[in-house]
Ligand binder design. Structure first.
Ligand code: COI
Length: 354
């Protein structure tokens, strides 16, 4: 793919205090953008100054939500920059695009666009421990027609934000509210895609969680409201009686890249891993009998987020005394060790950018 690079002549000052980066609120100097124009396909790939885009107020994305996105990160270590399993994001964005009747992107072009963009923005990749350049590739439908049809015109854009931990308290255990009124997704719908609508559907549950003093929502399946699906912006994993248990991918759960990596690492560590239906009832019983040893969320943004408390109606379960468990810590250390080129990468997950 030919990517034209037009560098800005008015670069912004970079953040000086990396301990105050937060998540996703400062953006770099440039953006990658390419257009899909009907029969002509994807064209005009370019990297240019980060700017607002002019889109018709009638554009499909605003009314019918033709939008998909990805979350990725670039990692700095000793003058080198890496990304992690970009082929997985390329495959997943195409699964999302297909479900939303949007045009696919050649997987090699997707990875090339991400790498080239990171290379252009290399000075923006923060250097302190635990910081990354968060990458947000996304595609939006542009047609300005109010009939409910797929667009013929799209933008594929990548923006980037230097950031620290996703949660303000870093890797400290979070508390989770079990939501039994609202649901996030149902099988046959778009739960397995990374589309904005799934996150819009989660906002009210998130507000409820916060009203109950929790940081995140644990979603149950949309039909029986019995089985555990995922948490706010992460997949969920449990250590029950020595085994690793995580809800199986059933069409309404996001197939997380970190989830997949964690399953592989747990097997490498010698654990038995079960991907299956996990009911809330099973979890409550495991907690009551002392068999629920650890619980943690997995996601690109949060990496590994230990869960210290589960609140179900008026019952509060404390997991591992509200502290980070040894497996959660080991997974965090191993994953970030691989991502930052500090540990051996036997699965070839790390990709050097420059
Ligand atoms: C990610 O983990 O990259 C995500 O996309 C979660 C996000 C909604 C903050």
């Amino acid at each position: 793919m030919n990517i034209e690079v037009k560098l800005t002549d008015t670069p912004k000052p970079k953040p000086t205090d990396e301990s105050k980066l937060g998540f996703g609120s400062i953006f770099t100097d440039h953006m990658f953008i390419m257009e899909f124009n009907g029969d002509k396909g994807w064209e005009h790939a370019r990297i240019e100054k980060f700017h607002d885009i002019a889109v018709s107020p009638a554009a499909n994305v605003f009314h019918y939500g033709q939008e998909v996105f990805e979350g990725m990160k670039a990692y700095y270590n000793s003058g080198e920059i890496f990304i992690f399993r970009p082929d997985m994001n390329a495959k997943r964005i195409n699964n999302s695009l297909q479900r939303l009747c949007m045009p696919k992107i050649d997987e090699e072009d997707f990875v090339e666009a991400v790498k080239k963009f990171v290379e252009v923005e290399k000075e923006w990749v923060p250097k302190s421990d635990g910081t990354t350049l968060y990458l947000r590739p996304f595609v939006i439908g542009l047609d300005s027609k109010l009939g409910v049809h797929p667009s013929s015109n799209y933008y594929f854009i990548i923006i980037a934000a230097p950031g620290g931990a996703y949660y303000a308290r870093g890797i400290a255990p979070v508390s989770i509210w079990v939501e039994d009124e609202y649901v996030r997704a149902v099988r046959g719908g778009v739960g397995f895609t990374k589309t904005g609508g799934n996150y819009a559907a989660s906002l009210l549950g998130q507000e409820k969680a916060e009203e109950h003093g929790c940081e995140q929502t644990l979603w149950l399946d949309g039909v029986e409201r019995k089985y555990i699906e995922e948490v706010g912006s992460m997949n969920i994993c449990f250590k029950i009686d020595g085994k690793i248990v995580t809800p199986m991918l059933n069409g309404s759960i996001l197939p997380g890249v970190t989830r997949d990596s964690v399953i592989t690492l747990c097997k490498d560590f010698g654990y038995e891993v079960e991907e299956r239906r996990v009911s809330l009832d099973e979890l409550m019983k495991a907690a009551d009998s002392g068999k629920l040893e650890e619980c943690f969320g997995t996601g690109t943004a949060c990496v590994i987020s230990p869960v210290g408390y589960l609140v179900n109606k008026d019952k509060k379960i404390v997991i591992n005394e509200g502290k980070i468990g040894s497996l959660s810590q080991k997974l965090y250390d191993t994953l970030t060790g691989i991502q930052y080129n500090k540990l051996e990468d036997k699965h070839n997950w790390r990709v050097k950018v420059c």
